[in-house]
Ligand binder design. Sequence first.
Ligand SMILES: Nc1ncnc2c1ncn2[C@@H]1O[C@H](COP(=O)(O)OP(=O)(O)OP(=O)(O)O)[C@@H](O)[C@H]1O
Ligand SMILES: [Mg+2]
Length: 347
Amino acid sequence: MGATGRAIDQRQMAETAGGADIGLPPVKAGPGCNLGIIGESARLKRVLKQVRIVAPTDSTVIVLGETGTGKELIARAIHNLSSRRDQPFVSTNCSSIPAGLLESELFGHEKGAFTGAVSREIGRFELADGGTMFLDEVGDIPLELQSKLLRVLQEQEFQRLGSPRTVSANFRLVAATNRDLTQMVEKGLFRSDLYYRLHVFPIETPSLRERQEDIPLLVWHFVKKYAQNMSKNIEVIRSEDMEALIRYSWPGNVRELQNFIERSVILTEDSVLHRPSIAEPKNGQKQRAVTPAVRTLADAEREHILNTLRETDWVIGGSDGAAARLAVRRTTLLYKMRRLGIFRPEN
Ligand SMILES: Nc1ncnc2c1ncn2[C@@H]1O[C@H](COP(=O)(O)OP(=O)(O)OP(=O)(O)O)[C@@H](O)[C@H]1O
Ligand SMILES: [Mg+2]
């Protein structure tokens, strides 16, 4: 595997841009890696900046984004960067608790409050006292509970079911949803007063399609993680495999990529990652797989660089190389290739 590389290995990743003809993903995994958040795209950096700004305050945050984009990871990062980090982080998924039980889960109940309430149970809001309450899938809270939730958020006071006594809890709220709450408000499915109460500081997690340049970093991150778990030594990813992973639209975002890499690592028997074929998305999503839904500046830059590299038969330096044609220094082009995940395909 030479430096003009048909494949990318981790030793090469450590080389600086000037040392090899092919750009390789950097070893570091981006500014959020100490929080377990991998990536260094501008979109992700913006999110991390918002996280760092809002974390030390006690303000309510709502994290919005498609499934698998890391909303819970962001919620935990906010908690871990706040002064509440040593107190509980209580995560409640409002869609996974049956509607009839949600109220008592959140607020707790006294013995005998309803059939089956054999003992007193304190609720999640009380458990979160001093810490952070993470209300996941907040768009799934039934309408009739929404007014009660609003009251708790405004007053930080509530009653356990079956008790007239008011209990108070000092929690910081982080909510998340992949639903379009604005649309739900318009349809009368979500209270507008609660909507505004939650939208104090919205953070939008970008889809993987909108930050394709992070895919090589994420791929290597998960390859290392699963290879270590399975005591395997995987050092090489073929450049055409990496290109295919970058091109795919990942409708399930980072979660889908993570699971795909786990499967790839299971199937790998030597030091070169074995990539099973990527499942073609079902009819409705096929279009997205071919053309990313959002065409970013990075997409356009990537395509232009790739076309130029093809024209020069992947010659980068020299008077007629790609760098000269693009009017940039050779090292600048190598750096851009690395950032954009451009690798020379195998012949
Ligand atoms: N930037 C990232 N770096 C590393 N791992 C990530 C990143 N984003 C997401 N993940 C991982 O992807 C998986 C899904 O993330 P998470 O559960 O936070 O997504 P979500 O947006 O809450 O999804 P859902 O809407 O389906 O609940 C987790 O295993 C998480 O650790
Ligand atoms: Mg989630």
